[in-house]
Design a binder for this molecule. Sequence first.
Ligand code: FAD
Ligand code: DHB
Length: 394
Amino acid sequence: MRSARTQVGIVGAGPAGLMLGHLLHLHGIDSVILESRSREHVIERVRAGVLEQGTVDLMSDARVADRLRREGMRHDGIHIAFGGARHRIDMAELTGGRAITIYGQNEVVKDLIDARLGTGRPLHFEVDAVGVHDLLTPHPKIRFDHGGAAHELTCDVVAGCDGFHGICRSAIPAEHLRIYEREYPFGWLGVLAAAPPTSEELVYSLHDRGFALFSMRSPAITRLYLQCAPDENADDWSDDRIWAELITRLSTADGWAPAVGPILQKGVTGMRSFVAEPMRYGRLFLAGDAAHIVPPTGAKGLNLAMADVRRLADALDALYTSRREDALNAYSDRGLRRTWRAQRFSWWMTSMLHRSESDTPFDRRRQHAELEYLVGSRAAMTSLAENYVGVPFD
Ligand code: FAD
Ligand code: DHB
């Protein structure tokens, strides 16, 4: 067994783990990042695309925003479509100038991997059999296999940034965790298409056949989503079938429709709301999807992960520079407040914009009334806008 020592052992090189490692580096704190998948897999995984202002500001402050500034697309508003009409919500006007930026999560990950490699600090891909141990002692350990050898890494703190299916949360004894969960009876079929965006801003649509979302990645690439069954096989969806369904669900009476082009990538994701409380067990701190999942309709998951690691990095800085543990002790409660706010919003957006087989005629009419109220009331639009652009990171 090879032994090594670091200040913070980070499990997972998604947005949470990589950003945490970078923020710690800027504070002069040592870390080792361990990732089970390959570098190519992590970079190519197409996922989120909406960055809150707080995430953009964090990337700028952390000096990893050069490409984001060049290639990110600032959006001041979004469209909500139903009943054949599109309604614009001017988020910037309603929130005193706050906006979102469209920039793919895989681009964020790529920028953070480049930054990490630039620091020379350890980032190991394709590690196996990762386990976390001695979490209630001052020196928790991570054991793992890498490069044909068994390793033991002794840490001051372990950061569980290993996503929903990772091992860190399950290392916490069940009696110390409270789980809140809701599964939805549908999923999203997400596609990436070589087609220029025909709308400058996102379109969230509710059609009788279900939800659809029009988004983008660049002036040449659109990103689109269709509500489908949670266990749907993406291979059952030919390009023709995908486009027919997208055009049916998204087109509006003013003649707007997405442009058609070759489908570059497709995949199905189930949807759930999930919170594990607290986000800490001894010297193990959970961050991002390891601690909470939101359905993607509110575009909050990546942003919550970024808010978590910003708080954790600041708390660890206070620990190392002034031996103060108060921020570390407040990490979970503060994170859970933000999480529950995002949970409420994501659940609300999801229930307003999706069709469920169990809907009664009453549910349908109520859903329609909700949408009409939303687009007709400045107060309702402001409520959506301030949650969608996100409250400042605290
Ligand atoms: P992850 O990205 O899951 O990273 C965890 C990492 O840990 C992975 O690289 C994994 O391989 C690694 N890992 C797992 N187990 C181990 C182990 N045992 N050892 C070592 N490493 C391990 N969020 C938004 O904010 N805006 C959006 O627009 C949005 N849209 C989305 C659309 C889709 C289709 C999906 C699926 C998600 C979307 N999200 C969105 C959510 C967002 O992608 C996640 O919240 C985000 O990836 C969370 O980052 P993370 O670092 O916590 O977890
Ligand atoms: C995207 C993803 C989302 O979950 C969302 O709500 C909006 C946009 C995207 O991938 O662009």
